[in-house]
Design a protein around this ligand. Sequence first.
Ligand code: FE2
Ligand code: FE2
Length: 248
Amino acid sequence: MMIIAHISDTHLDGSERALARARRVMRYLRGCAIDLILVSGDLADHGEISEYEQVKAELVADVPVLMLPGNHDKRSAYRSVLLGTDGDAPINQLHRVGGVLFALCDSTIPGRDDGALAPETLEWLRGVLAEADAPVVVGLHHHPIRLHNPLVDGIGLGNADEFAAILQRAQGVVAVLCGHAHAAAAGSFAGRPLLAAPGVVSTTRLPWTTTDALTWANTADLTDPPGVMFHVLDDDGTLTTHVRTAPE
Ligand SMILES: [Fe+2]
Ligand SMILES: [Fe+2]
């Protein structure tokens, strides 16, 4: 059994507010008996070097902290500070933690808020899944299914059909984990559990919870406490997810 703590969208930008919320979540997680932490993108708000230095300093724990990029991240600065590499190629990473493989895909399109898996990322994922010798958790920033929130659905993963085709042919994929929506949400994708982590920095309001006409200016609820998902992955591949908010 493995416990994956899943957080997302810290949007660290040097502000006290974003920093306080990230620290609140990390303080909570450091007190939990978990096997790893996955941060599913939008680590930084503007993709600045100084923001990644904050990511590197704050998103740390005694267990592995895996991260992947979102639409607010910039590949070159991300690579430079967090990976010690150059260039702006998609940041696709394979990690092995406690007998589980984490295939983390870069779903960003530089300069845009919606997402897609680039041809080289699809090829990389195909190869990883073909050679996998352990259960695989696939992570990416953009949600590949409709979440029924019109604003968020307008900037989802564009080529979800190509992504689904790869997963459907693969053995061993136990879950698909994403962020971006700033909303704890559960669904299924390509026959696998699909979980979107809550946003650390804010929560998106849902159309049916308010009579306001939601716009990008008012969709973020800044008062909701930052949330965490705990995915319990059993040895038989069953995934059970719990959601909590980080206490002050
Ligand atoms: Fe975000
Ligand atoms: Fe995002």
